[in-house]
Design a protein around this ligand. Structure first.
Ligand SMILES: *[C@@H]1O[C@H](CO)[C@@H](O)[C@H](O)[C@H]1NC(C)=O
Length: 414
């Protein structure tokens, strides 16, 4: 279901380490919304209400399932060769159906002028690089995305705006929010960090693409293909508050895309890479295509999340969950290291992995497997649990594969 959650507050700056977020931090100020919704961002997320909500200016409905869609266009290529591009932000209903073109009276034209006139020129400049129409008509594409999808957002209805807002202020807020959300979802960098880079020869399984994004972000997107060629990715969210300045709560994809399960091509783009100077300096990849993952499998990261091969990963108590993963501190070398979490020492006791103040440190090793580094206890990379986690249900993690669900655990540098 939809219970695995992480909140991307709309404020940029603490966004994921990525090329795009470093771009964002330069523009952080300018990307702040010009208008404020006045809505709380701590209440029930969209699609999570159990009775009718009356104020739809602060609760996105009926389009409470928000899809941030991205393109990987190679024929012809659009945008930088080392970034996916923005398609849009779509308000699907909670049951995955949707409405479009909800208010033709607000089908604004001249989006560039609108953004410039309302102080959003840095948003426009980002869009000029990253929100590209395949036929080269970006302006028409932006008008289409607003008219088709933006006008269906309840929290962007004109009556929800502060009094005195200029005409089109809600569309300006829409474009600002889409840009900010996209900047937290650096698909190219995430795939690259996991060793998946564009190539004219390699093919991928859908499972490997999905696992790569899950390892980097904690959530699965859906992927769309044209034939067997990767063309789009979609990230799914619920929203607390308004599209203007609410908190996007990510969920894993509740539907499949159109890619086949095997033989997926991820072709090279023509064109130039965007500059990817890192300001955060952790796992950011600065590859421009064709290079491998950042960390070498031989080195042990000092801080890592522990990601399960099937889904989810480890929380701070050492349990297996699909909720936001804990950061572990690793001390030693790949052949012998100890682990701690915010709860305390981690160790294996009686065949169970756990962390806490009462635990004694035990020694682990890390085993390279492809581009992954697998957690091993007593030399074995096999781990298992009695069930599959979902929502707030977590399971104890046992050494070996004798319990019902078995998996490996990857050490993913944070
Ligand atoms: C949630 O709120 C919306 C808007 O009021 C309403 O249409 C929907 O039926 C509510 N969902 C539930 C389960 O009550």
């Amino acid at each position: 279901m939809f219970a695995a959650t992480a909140i991307f507050a709309v404020l940029v700056g603490s966004a994921s380490a990525s090329a795009l977020s470093s771009f964002a931090s330069l523009n952080e100020r300018a990307l702040m919304p010009d208008i404020a919704s006045g809505c709380s961002t701590t209440g029930t997320a969209s699609c999570g209400n159990t009775s009718a909500v009356s104020n739809l200016c602060c609760f996105e409905s009926p389009g409470g399932l928000l899809l941030q869609t991205q393109f990987w266009d190679t024929n012809p290529s659009t945008g930088p060769s080392n970034s996916w591009t923005i398609h849009g932000l779509w308000p699907d209903k909670c049951d995955l159906t949707f409405s479009e073109n909800c208010d033709p009276s607000r089908d604004y034209t001249g989006i560039s002028s609108l953004l410039t006139a309302q102080g959003a020129s840095s948003t426009l400049s980002f869009m000029n690089t990253f929100w590209k129409d395949i036929n080269g008509d970006d302006e028409t594409f932006w008008e289409h995305e607003w008219a088709t999808h933006g006008t269906c957002m309840s929290t962007l209805e004109t009556k929800c705006l502060p009094s005195g807002s200029p005409k089109g202020a809600e569309a300006v807020a829409f474009f600002q929010t889409v840009v900010k959300l996209f900047q937290t979802l650096p698909t190219f960098t995430w795939l690259s960090n996991q060793g998946i880079t564009p190539s004219s020869s390699t093919t991928h399984t859908l499972a490997s693409l999905t696992a790569a994004i899950r390892a980097e972000s904690g959530f699965t997107p859906s992927f769309d293909c044209t034939g067997s060629t990767l063309n789009a990715a979609t990230y799914y969210f619920h929203l607390k508050g308004s599209i203007i300045d609410g908190a996007f709560v990510q969920i894993s994809a509740p539907e499949s895309g159109t890619c086949p399960s095997t033989g997926i091509k991820y072709p090279l783009k023509t064109g130039s890479p965007v500059s990817t100077t890192s300001t955060t300096g952790t796992t950011t990849s600065t590859s421009t295509g064709g290079t491998g993952p950042t960390g070498t499998p031989g080195s042990l990261p000092a801080k890592a999340t522990i990601v399960a091969s099937s889904e989810g990963g480890l929380l701070s108590l050492g349990t297996w969950s699909t909720q936001t993963l804990a950061t572990y501190t690793l001390t030693g070398t790949t052949s012998s290291f100890t682990m701690t979490s915010s709860k305390g020492n981690c160790g294996v006791s009686g065949g169970t992995f756990a962390c806490g103040s009462g635990m004694s440190l035990t020694s682990f090793s890390a085993v390279a497997s492809g581009s992954s580094l697998l957690l091993a206890s007593g030399g074995s990379t096999a781990w298992s649990s009695d069930g599959t986690p979902s929502g707030s249900t977590a399971f104890a993690v046992f050494t070996g594969s004798s319990h019902a669900q078995d998996y490996t655990l990857s050490i993913v540098s944070t």
